[in-house]
Write a protein that binds this ligand. Sequence first.
Ligand SMILES: [Zn+2]
Length: 102
Amino acid sequence: MVTNRSPERKKMSALESKILPLARELVRVKKQAEAMGLFTHHRELLECSGCDLVEDVAFDGRLMTYHRKSEDYSDSGLRFERLNNTTFRCPVCKTRLKATML
Ligand SMILES: [Zn+2]
C-alpha cells in the first residue's frame, strides 16, 4: 500500500518536484506565445457561421483571418473577440461561436 511515509510516495514527490517547474515553464511560454499573436493549437480554428470570416495560421505561426469569398488569402487584420474561455464573437457580423477546445 502506498502511504505518505512509504518509499513509493517519496519517489512520486521527487518526480513531481522535477515536473512541476517544467509544467509552470510551459504555461509561461504558452502565454508568451499567445501574447505575441502565435496560435498555440489549444482549440480548433474558428469559422464564422454568419459570414465568410475564417481563422487560419500563417506560415510563421501567427493567427490570422481571411474572407473565404475573397480572392487572396492575406490576413484581414480582424480577430475574433474572445468573450470567455470557449465563446468568441465575430468582429464582422457579431455572431457568437463556440470554440472546440483541444
Ligand atoms: Zn461573421
